[in-house]
Design a protein around this ligand. Structure first.
Ligand SMILES: CC(C)(COP(=O)(O)OP(=O)(O)OC[C@H]1O[C@@H](n2cnc3c(N)ncnc32)[C@H](O)[C@@H]1OP(=O)(O)O)[C@@H](O)C(=O)NCCC(=O)NCCS
Length: 414
């Protein structure tokens, strides 16, 4: 048993007593990330921390020189680092942001803190550093009046699930499926009977504002998301034999969204590769890897369960498709047309090797993706915790009702 000193944001010193078995590192300082001083070392740490691994292949994220890239787009955000006091080594990081989230069970929105990019150096694990980082970021969130905090994790990440669920009392909120299509797998021609049109950003905002109410959880600042440079656009599809009245009227406020054809679909595309890239590494000697690469055409990308090409060993990016929606009897064909269309968009984005999307387990669109070939998935879990500033037990519908099954996945979080 010994003390770890943790200074959370803005010189606010707290002491957290942790029980540990080893005696290697005694004192850790939690402080705010300093861009000028920490950039390089945090980038290196990130590259050493796998975000998924199985059977000898590990997946890493490459922040492309900007460790804040994933959270910069949130007006309220922070990155904390864990530093060993004895030698100044940075051994862990965590990012956090706060946003307003609408829920269908509550008339008002809630102030939600999101934990992103928690990493601890492999050499310093199981010493309580992640626990300390989580506690520190929760304190920052409470100081910024967040009512809840949430985190997403792969269902195979037992370390992370144990940490959040068992140690930090987070409860499971949602179960989601990630669908992936490597760009080179795109072979299908776009259907001749389907019309695909790009919406003006104001049209996209108006369409989504109408539709988001049906979601169990959704960001309140959809307009800011759609106006971001990383958002490449919003496209709708419908059958050519039908008309979408008002679609060509680009004026703000036109309610074209109420005059949809009988079947229609919509997607928006987010260029994640501008912010970070993924990289795959096998911990085998180079010769073995080289020999294997030259003889085998494809590897299994185990976490994503997709075949992987040798070129995936370089950092690669992907497009994230968000805001998938639509209605009508022929919605399946229309959403698949947009999925294929997006993989064509990806072909023209530098270093972009795949498209991905994520749907809640009960999202009505899920059935179309589950039946489609050459798409694969991993299961993602969202965990939630009510903070001290949160609603009283009677009003706490989010953690009490338990499960958000049909959610709008914020592309900034992915
Ligand atoms: C997950 C991760 C952050 C944990 O970091 P850590 O500093 O080793 O975690 P801690 O020492 O604070 O562990 C706190 C608790 O988490 C759980 N835990 C952490 N690592 C675990 C492991 N490998 N197996 C099982 N439980 C584990 C335990 O309950 C542990 O408490 P205990 O040691 O008293 O049993 C670290 O393994 C990591 O960086 N992994 C790669 C990136 C990642 O998966 N990030 C999480 C994304 S949400």
């Amino acid at each position: 048993m010994y003390f770890i000193s943790a200074r959370a944001q803005f010189n606010n010193f707290v002491s957290v007593q942790l029980s540990m078995d080893d005696n290697i590192e005694r004192i850790v300082l939690i402080r705010e990330f300093d861009e000028a001083r920490d950039n390089e070392v945090v980038e290196k740490l990130e590259k050493n921390c796998e975000i998924g691994s199985k059977k000898g292949i590990s997946i890493y994220s490459n922040m492309m020189g900007d460790p804040l890239g994933r959270i910069r787009l949130y007006p309220v955000h922070i990155m904390l680092v864990a530093e060993l006091l004895k030698n100044g080594e940075i051994v862990g990081v965590v990012r956090g942001c706060i946003k307003l989230v609408g829920t269908c069970s509550q008339s008002a929105h809630v102030k939600m803190g999101c934990i992103l990019g928690l990493r601890v150096s492999p050499r310093h694990r199981r010493k309580g550093i992640a626990l300390l980082l989580v506690k520190s970021i929760e304190e920052w969130m409470m100081r910024n009046e967040a009512q809840y905090t949430c985190v997403a994790t792969d269902q195979n990440n037992f370390a992370s699930i144990k940490l959040f669920n068992e140690k930090c009392n987070y409860v499971k909120l949602s179960s989601l499926v990630i669908y992936v299509l490597p760009v080179r797998f795109q072979a299908k021609d776009l259907s001749h009977d389907i019309h695909i049109e790009k919406l003006h950003v104001e049209q996209a905002i108006s369409l989504y504002k109408n539709r988001l109410r049906g979601k169990d959880m959704h960001p309140m600042d959809i307009d800011a998301i759609l106006k971001e440079n990383l958002s490449l656009g919003t496209w709708v599809s419908y059958f050519k034999e039908e008309q979408w009245i008002g679609l060509d009227n680009r004026e703000k406020g036109d309610d074209f969204g109420r005059r949809t054809p009988s079947s229609w679909a919509v997607i928006s595309v987010w260029n994640t590769s501008e912010v970070y890239k993924l990289q795959i590494r096998r911990p085998y000697p180079f010769q073995f890897l080289h020999a294997t690469l030259s003889h085998a055409k494809e590897f299994m990308f185990p976490c994503l369960k997709i075949p992987i090409l040798a070129s995936f060993h370089k950092p690669f990016g992907f497009l994230f498709l968000y805001g998938l929606d639509g209605q009508g009897e022929r919605l399946g064909k229309l959403i698949m047309a947009l999925w294929n269309f997006a993989s064509r968009v990806a072909e023209n984005v530098k270093d972009c090797k795949m498209i991905m999307t994520e749907l809640g387990v009960n999202d009505p669109l899920k059935e179309y993706f589950s039946n489609a070939s050459s798409k694969s998935f991993i299961d993602d879990l969202w965990y939630l915790k009510k903070l001290k500033n949160g609603p009283t037990e009677d009003e706490d519908e989010l953690t009490m009702t338990g499960f958000a099954e049909n959610v709008f996945v914020d592309p900034r979080d992915f």
